[in-house]
Design a protein around this ligand. Structure first.
Ligand code: ADP
Ligand code: MG
Length: 461
């Protein structure tokens, strides 16, 4: 038996009734790596690492969760991922069961606060070594944010305060924040940099209140040189924390200390944040990271393949760059998944295996709309005739809707580029690819146009 098959059969428990602990651990490790790629290291550290995989019960994995609070959160957010990854590795696994409890030999009752108290009460910043400027791929959608971040990190002076970075999930905000912190450590080792998520800021604040250590809390946060708060939106609705943050903010700005904040929305669009804080947050430089383009996704895949030191066939990269458009975290997750799988089964990566492996993921992005539906919708939208769209006329008022329709076909159907081309009166697949790129570029430059496309997409899905 080949080694890979052997491992596979063992981890699937084919030749054992009880799966040995070691193999469970191996599977769990695989799942955790995938989760980390998909959800980010922060989430894995806070929510996944405290879990304990107990055993496999028929087709279910039984996992122990230390607190009710965590159990709810995992059921609400992460269990689907755990299940997906586990069944990618071992198709016999059909469900994940969470049980409240701790493995034998590990203390008795624990509250969430206690768990955090044990390991998470410091201001020391743990930075991800992968999140550096060097590893950040720059493209149109993120170049302004990148430039601003680099400037703040390298400069001796304060040019804008705060630097406010915003953008959708998985587009690189945390990566850029860590990169700034790394760079400051490198260029100005004497400066004291504190990087925390707003949730951690809140946690530390509440804990300080409870333990009557509020003075030392204030002292610690108000004596830093650079304060970085990630995901500020999470203090929305938390009035006391906001108030404290507001005062910290002012104190630091008064002392001419740098503040860097990230969020999922621009300051004025933040929800449940006091007006005065929103306005302060917009005082300095506000810069956003746009959704990715095809070009950027392709460059990122190339960079990641280099980092993993693997060869990814061009058509696999193109397939991923076209299909996984939501964000960079998912893109990375998809690449990791294919890589892990091919390594596991000991074969090289092919387009077929990639398509097969990701079909669940892709299907969820795909919809039922057919090429014909899309063509009709787009014609209605632009007020042109279907026969004109399918004709060989190349006037601008026809070319644009035609490109839009091709782009949408690529986005919402499972058809390949040549298949789509064929449905547009036998056009070549390179024409379709050109259309996809063009529309992506236009979406990036023209906000109104991008909104129109989103409307069309919604109506098709
Ligand atoms: P956010 O904080 O905006 O949700 P992250 O910074 O966690 O997103 O990014 C998600 C993943 O995508 C991370 O693994 C990160 O390294 C990667 N990533 C994001 N942007 C880039 C980029 N421009 N170049 C390389 N990797 C990136
Ligand atoms: Mg983040």
């Amino acid at each position: 038996m080949k080694r890979a098959d052997h491992i596979q059969s063992m981890i699937q428990g084919n030749d054992e009734t009880t799966v040995s602990n070691q193999f469970l651990k191996l599977q769990w490790k695989f799942v955790c790596d995938q989760l980390s790629a998909q959800l980010g290291a922060d989430i894995v550290k806070s929510w996944i690492e405290p879990l304990y995989v107990s055993h496999i019960d028929n087709d279910a994995v039984v996992i122990l969760v230390p607190t009710e609070f965590m159990k709810e959160r995992i059921e609400g957010h992460y269990i689907v991922y755990i299940k997906t990854f586990w069944s990618t590795l071992n198709p016999q696994i059909k469900s994940i069961i969470l049980k409240l409890g701790l493995p034998q030999g590990v203390g008795d009752t624990h509250t969430k606060e206690d768990t955090i108290d044990d390991n998470d009460d410091s201001f020391d910043t743990i930075l991800d070594p992968k999140y550096t400027f060097h590893n950040f791929v720059v493209g149109k959608p993120n170049e302004l944010a990148y430039t601003a971040a680099l400037r703040v990190a390298e400069s001796n002076q304060i040019h804008f305060n705060p630097l406010f970075l915003y953008g959708g999930v998985g587009l690189g905000k945390t990566h850029l924040m860590h990169a700034i912190a790394w760079k400051i450590r490198e260029c100005h080792p004497q400066r004291r940099v504190v990087y925390v998520s707003s949730e951690k800021f809140m946690y530390l604040f509440i804990r300080a209140l409870r333990h009557k250590e509020i003075m030392s809390f204030k002292e610690q946060f108000r004596t830093v040189d650079v304060l970085m708060i990630d995901d500020i939106q999470f203090i929305g609705g938390k009035d006391n924390t906001q108030e404290e943050f507001f005062h910290t903010f002012n104190a630091l700005v008064d002392q001419n200390k740098q503040i860097i904040v990230s969020a999922d929305k621009s300051p004025s669009n933040l929800e449940n944040i006091e007006e005065r804080l929103k306005s302060r947050l917009g005082w300095g430089l506000v810069t956003d990271i746009h959704p990715t383009t095809y070009e950027l996704r392709l460059s990122i895949l190339e960079a990641k393949a280099d980092q993993l030191n693997i060869i990814v066939p061009k058509e696999v990269k193109e397939f991923l760059a076209i299909k996984i458009t939501s964000n960079i975290r998912e893109l990375e997750g998809a690449l990791n998944r294919i890589h892990a799988h091919t390594k596991f089964v000991g074969r090289s990566m092919t387009l077929d295996s990639a398509q097969d492996l990701l079909k669940d993921l892709i299907r969820s992005h795909d919809a039922k709309s057919s090429v014909e539906d899309i063509q009709k919708k787009v014609c209605e939208f632009f007020g042109i005739k279907l026969s004109d769209m399918l004709s060989s006329k190349r006037s601008q008022n026809l070319a644009k809707p035609r490109h839009v329709a091709m782009y949408l076909c690529k986005m919402v159907t499972t058809k390949s580029l040549p298949e789509i081309g064929k449905r547009f009166s036998g056009r070549d697949h390179t024409t379709v690819l050109h259309a996809v790129r063009k529309i992506e570029a236009m979406r990036n430059e023209d906000h109104e146009f991008s909104k129109d496309i989103d409307t069309l997409l919604r109506s098709l899905r």
